[in-house]
Design a binder for this molecule. Structure first.
Ligand code: ATP
Ligand code: MG
Length: 146
């Protein structure tokens, strides 16, 4: 495989260091695991979102029983939103994150190491190409991406 072919297979995904992890001082530990796994941080910023902004982001879960609690949690403090790049970024980040419920997360995953509960589970990662595109666009303008 030449370098051109390799470059064209890079994929981008969207991720959030959630409020629980930021509060506990785990941002650096999580970013270190992400970089050690070969991701390039293409963009990152710290911000706080309102409950309606959290609802817009998680609109796909609007009918779920945990939606009210989830949007309250996601708007409860600062988060880091980021765009991560590598080959097979979407699937590989999901693997590195571990199961939604940290009780079921494998050893060596971010949620196993840092997450406290199924809701306060420290990190978000896009689950498909379409959602990655929507989620990156929800938080980043084109000029912020390099
Ligand atoms: P994320 O979308 O945040 O990357 P995920 O894809 O592993 O996580 P989803 O099923 O998409 O999980 O749920 C979105 C988020 O909603 C979860 O990460 C978690 O914070 C919260 N959540 C999911 N299931 C529950 C539940 N049963 N009770 C409370 N909160 C939940
Ligand atoms: Mg999800």
């Amino acid at each position: 495989m030449d370098s051109h072919t390799k470059e064209s297979s890079l994929q981008r995904t969207f991720s959030i260091v959630k409020p629980d992890a930021v509060r506990k001082g785990h941002t650096g530990g999580i970013l270190a695991m992400i970089e050690a796994a070969g991701f390039r941080i293409a963009a990152i910023k710290k911000l706080s979102i309102s409950k309606p902004q959290a609802a817009g982001f998680y609109a796909v879960h609007a009918a779920r029983p945990f939606f009210e609690s989830l949007t309250t949690f996601m708007s409860s403090g600062p988060i880091y939103v980021m765009v991560l790049e590598k080959e097979n970024a979407i699937a590989d980040l999901r693997k590195l994150m571990g199961a939604t419920n940290p009780a079921n997360a494998e050893e060596g995953t971010i949620r196993k190491k840092f997450a406290g509960s199924i809701e306060e589970n420290s990190i978000h990662g896009s689950d498909a190409e379409e959602t990655a595109k929507f989620e990156i666009g929800y938080f980043f303008a084109g000029y912020e991406l390099e």
